[in-house]
Design a protein around this ligand. Structure first.
Ligand code: 1HN
Length: 348
């Protein structure tokens, strides 16, 4: 590799002249911008234990009324990226949100896209463009860019869900903003997962003649995901990942444009070594216990824990328990594919 010239190689006068005119020489920074072979990653492989999050979230419930928070959230911030930047990985925002019985979180829309993945509790709901979506444990709820959404809680006990947003990317583009609105009128029909899209391979006849709905399905009930994972496991060799992607049933494409979502089943004692990918990931444990080795760092995980996987990381995940483990994965592969640089690197 050729040694490139440094800033200090340049006469001070010349450097000052460049600065005065808002100009910067590329060659002293070229290797940092384009490292050879593998990107420089500041993202750390870390685990956020639910046992650390939950009591602090409940404390927030006492300390901060919902009116003073709008969204009562503790953000899972990766220490390698600066806690203040609210990035679990460079392109993934993750928060844990608490809503208490009777509370409502007001209606708004924004340019970033969000999903909710329910961690605990019953009776929560989100209204998305007039469609009331129940939130049971493990359900995935989409609140895409530009769609009105508000939350509520009609049950007992706390409801906690994980928010995943493409906020870091949208914010970096100086394109992140929000509009507040009046509470929505709920349409008098259950969510589309309960009537229009109840089975793979079946779509309402009326869907055939019209343009594809970018967000045909806004709720993916965990009950169905779990059943589908178990069916897939029955025909998948041990050591091969049992993994299902959440897709738009009308297009077969990832259900959101920037972030991708998938569910993984790990059989007791099973280890999987997914290919190295150019995208980062955040993994939440629906249930089970095990260990991940991420770029050589050992992370122990249990129920409702969450861990970060940097881009290009070497990853191994083991279910150390005696029952199946279920994981929920967020990554930015859909965005990287659209931008034309998504890659998988065979390991070994
Ligand atoms: C948001 O709209 C929600 O609607 C939660 O529940 C977390 C974090 C950043 C920006 C918008 C919500 C958010 C958010």
């Amino acid at each position: 590799m050729t040694e490139l010239g440094t800033l200090e190689d340049l006469p001070l006068d010349y450097r000052k002249g460049l600065t005065a005119k808002n100009l910067v020489p590329l060659w002293p920074s070229l290797r940092a911008a384009l490292p050879h072979g593998i990107p420089t990653r500041r993202t750390r492989p870390v685990v956020w234990k639910y046992d650390d999050i939950r009591p602090r979230l409940m404390q927030a419930g006492d300390l901060t009324p919902i009116e003073k928070a709008e969204r009562r959230v503790l953000v899972l911030a990766n220490p390698g990226l600066g806690l203040e930047n609210m990035q679990a990985t460079p392109s993934i925002y993750i928060g844990m949100q608490l809503i208490l019985p009777g509370e409502t979180a007001p209606n708004h829309l924004h340019s970033p896209s969000a999903v909710r993945f329910v961690v605990e509790g019953q009776g929560g709901y989100t209204v998305v463009n007039g469609e009331k979506l129940p939130m049971d444990k493990g359900d995935l709820i989409l609140t895409p860019s530009g769609l009105w959404h508000e939350h509520g809680h009609e049950g007992d006990g706390p409801v906690v869900w994980l928010d995943a947003l493409d906020l870091p990317t949208v914010y970096a583009m100086e394109a992140s903003f929000c509009i507040e609105g009046e509470s929505q009128t709920v349409r008098n029909q259950p969510d589309a997962s309960q009537n229009y899209f109840t089975r793979a391979g079946l779509a309402p006849m009326s869907a055939l003649g019209r343009p594809k709905d970018a967000y045909a399905l806004k709720r993916f009930p965990w009950r169905d995901v779990r059943t589908s994972l178990e069916a897939l496991a029955s025909v998948t060799n041990k050591g091969e990942a049992v993994q299902l992607a959440y897709v738009n049933p009308e297009t077969g494409e990832p259900c959101m444009p920037v972030l991708g979502f998938s569910a993984i089943l790990l059989r007791p004692g099973e280890t999987i070594s997914p290919v190295r990918r150019s995208s980062s990931a955040v993994i939440n444990v629906v249930e089970g216990q095990g260990q991940a080795i991420v770029d050589g760092v050992e992370l122990d995980w249990g129920d409702s824990d969450t861990f970060a996987v940097p881009t290009h990381a070497v990853l191994q995940i083991t279910n150390t328990g005696t029952r199946p483990a279920y994981l929920f994965q967020v990554d930015e592969a859909p965005m990287q594919r659209k931008l034309g640089f998504y890659q998988e690197f065979p390991t070994g």
